[in-house]
Design a protein around this ligand. Structure first.
Ligand code: ADP
Ligand code: MG
Length: 628
């Protein structure tokens, strides 16, 4: 509880105690009015002030206005009728404030839960200077600095381990509870907690560009992207509140007029004004206005607890309607870590060929490039490489020691008009040309991710109509992967633009309600990620492009999380609809009862606070999605 909530609670208790004490007295007349005014003002002064400000700023119709008019009206009525029954107005205000208090407590709690679980913001980075550790603001650390992370500390900035080995707790980022072992040369992302050993890390990014900053930005901005349901609610409130105010006014004036002028009966103003005031209390749309954004917020929080970052509630909504899932192959369904299986038709020594390949690839961030560099295994002297040109979906061309080198697939060789020898092994074939002449090929192969098959299975079980794989890789490899995993369709040998075209085709041939998700690893997938209804990126080991272009980021690259994300989104949307139907249903029922004089203000306020509390509790369920 924060200070404001504590003060509010004190006001509630004080007003309740005063009201109770007054109910034992039997004072009448003006003295009674003045005495009852004390608890009323104690509990309601802020609402009255807000309502007054609203009127002054010409933003009249909000719930403060409803509450102020209803309670002031009830008190005025009691004065007019000389009944001395002020209790009702005060109780209405009291319960309204109990509801407000509960709501701010619940919202505060779920926000805190979310930020607890996103407790990844590092406070400092240790820099070693003259044998002393110096604590710096992570913002001040330059790229290429060596930072020291002691056991128990958070990794503040992305980098590569220079010295030491340890196991990392990545659960805040990925939802994965098993620790990850790292050693010299491993890439490391910020936000993990170093558990066992001392690590010296050479930073590869600035703090602002590091994973942890990116994620925090994402989560902080998520609530600004509103879903259709949320839009619906704010539009609804804008029309609804004035509508009920006018309806209440009509209820207060028309029936007495009709009675008086039309039927010749006594007007009975008191009854009808009272009914109109009850109508106003009932009409307060708080439960809706509060519970819908809270449900989405809790859904986003619950998803991030499972290692799935959703960038806005609109994406949560689209995700819940996803029926077609399109995958990229390399790095998405497969690990993107290629092993060299063979080298054929090379005139030079194999190691020399690999050296040329690794050097030419030195600037590429493609998984193939990283694998070739690993196969080379030595430090790369970048000064030997010039004129680097990467052609996505083809390969790279560069000059190594002044000699032109081409590394890529058959398409690249065709493009350079260099005849090449096709390979009969199944695998990804990297053809090489040196100085304009064919120089042999390197056969590399990748393995499917451990959960890939299970992931496709889980998607089908959750009611996905179609799973498709798009890849730039050779047909043979693609077909083999598709068959192992049980995908419905596969398209291979596509350039990045071809992938966009295929996605367009798929978008054409489905109905508007079947949303299409594209899942990629972000390397040259950005156009497809943004073209699909929803882009899901593998975010784990820090592909910036992925995190930026996608709408949903899977923190640990586990394709199984896609089905999980879809289930979470559906649960969240179910909760949202439950709340909408429940709140509007009860509201309409009470309004009808109020208009016919069956419901009094007591029932009205109980219904309102009750619905709100139930709706908020229901919303909070979205935070607990672990066991889906
Ligand atoms: P995927 O769709 O499987 O992720 P890409 O579109 O990234 O594949 O690449 C398709 C093909 O283009 C690769 O299988 C490879 O043959 C070739 N290629 C792309 N980039 C490179 C590179 N940097 N070096 C060598 N070959 C490359
Ligand atoms: Mg790819």
């Amino acid at each position: 509880m924060n200070k404001r909530q504590k003060r509010m609670l004190a006001r509630i208790l004080l007003a309740a105690a005063l009201l109770l004490a007054l109910s034992f007295t039997s004072i009448t007349g003006w003295m009674r009015f003045v005495l009852y005014l004390v608890p009323y003002l104690v509990i309601g002064y802020d609402i009255l002030l807000k309502a007054f400000k609203g009127i002054k700023n010409r933003q009249v119709f909000d719930e403060n206005f409803l509450m102020a008019v209803a309670t002031v009206g009830a008190i005025a009525l009691a004065l007019y009728e000389q009944s001395g029954d002020y209790t009702e107005a005060i109780a209405v205000m009291l319960f309204y404030q109990v509801g407000e208090w509960f709501q701010s407590y619940a919202v505060g709690k779920s926000r805190r839960n979310i930020s607890d679980l996103m407790d990844i913001r590092p406070d400092y980075a240790n820099l070693e200077r003259d044998g002393q550790l110096e604590r710096l603001d992570p913002d001040e650390v330059e790229i290429g600095s060596v930072i020291v992370v002691q056991p128990g500390e958070k990794v503040p900035i992305d980098g590569v381990v220079l010295e030491g080995s340890s196991s990392l707790n990545t659960s805040a980022l990925t939802g994965e509870s098993l620790p990850r072992d790292v050693g010299e040369g491993d890439e490391i992302i910020s936000g993990c907690i170093n558990m066992t050993g001392l690590l010296k890390i050479k930073t590869t990014k600035e703090f602002g560009e590091s994973t942890v900053s990116k994620i925090l930005d994402l989560v902080e901005n998520a609530s600004s992207r509103k879903s259709k349901s949320e839009d619906f609610i704010s539009k609804f409130a804008r029309v609804y509140t004035p509508a009920v105010c006018y309806a209440a006014l009509a209820l207060a004036i028309l029936p007495p007029l009709v009675r008086m002028l039309g039927l010749g009966l006594p007007a009975d103003w008191g009854t009808w004004v009272y009914r109109a005031l009850t109508f106003l209390v009932i009409s307060c749309p708080c439960a809706l206005v509060i519970s819908i954004p809270l449900s989405f917020f809790a859904g986003i929080g619950g998803a991030s607890k499972a290692g799935v970052l959703v960038k806005g509630s609109n994406y949560l909504e689209t995700l819940s309607q996803t029926k077609i899932v399109v995958f990229d192959k390399t790095g998405t369904l497969t690990q993107g870590v290629f092993e060299v299986n063979g080298i054929h038709h090379s005139e030079m020594e194999n190691s020399k060929l690999v050296e040329y390949a690794a050097l030419a690839e030195s600037a590429s961030s493609h998984p193939i490039s990283r694998s070739l560099q690993r196969a080379y295994g030595r430090e790369i002297d970048r000064s030997r490489v010039t004129d680097i040109q990467e052609i996505s979906g083809n390969g790279v061309i560069a000059k190594v020691d002044g000699v032109s080198v081409a590394v890529g697939n058959g398409k690249l060789m065709d493009r350079l008009e260099i005849p090449y020898i096709p390979c009969h092994s199944v695998g990804t074939i990297i053809h090489m040309a040196i100085d304009g002449k064919y120089a042999g090929h390197i056969v590399i192969s990748d393995i499917v991710k451990p959960h890939a098959k299970q992931a496709i299975q889980a998607l089908k079980e959750s009611g996905i109509h179609k799973t498709v794989m798009l890849t730039g890789d050779a047909k043979r490899v693609a077909d083999q992967v598709a068959e192992t995993l049980g995908l419905d369709q596969v398209y291979s040998e596509l350039l990045p633009a071809g992938k966009v075209e295929k996605v367009e085709e798929l978008l054409q041939s489905r109905s508007e309600k079947e949303k299409l998700a594209f899942v990629g690893d972000g390397i040259n997938d950005a156009p497809v990620l943004s073209r699909a209804d929803i882009g899901i990126a593998m975010g784990a080991m820090g592909s910036d492009a992925a995190i930026e272009a996608a709408d949903v980021v899977l923190m640990d690259d586990d394709p199984l999380k896609i089905a999980k994300a879809i289930k979470i989104s559906r649960k969240c949307l179910r909760i949202v609809y439950q709340n909408i139907v429940f709140a509007i249903g009860v509201k309409l029922l009470c309004l009808a009862l109020g208009a016919f004089g069956i419901a009094n203000m007591w029932l009205a306020i109980f219904a309102d606070v009750g619905v709100m509390i139930l709706a908020v509790l229901n919303a909070i369920r979205a935070l607990f999605v672990k066991n889906l």
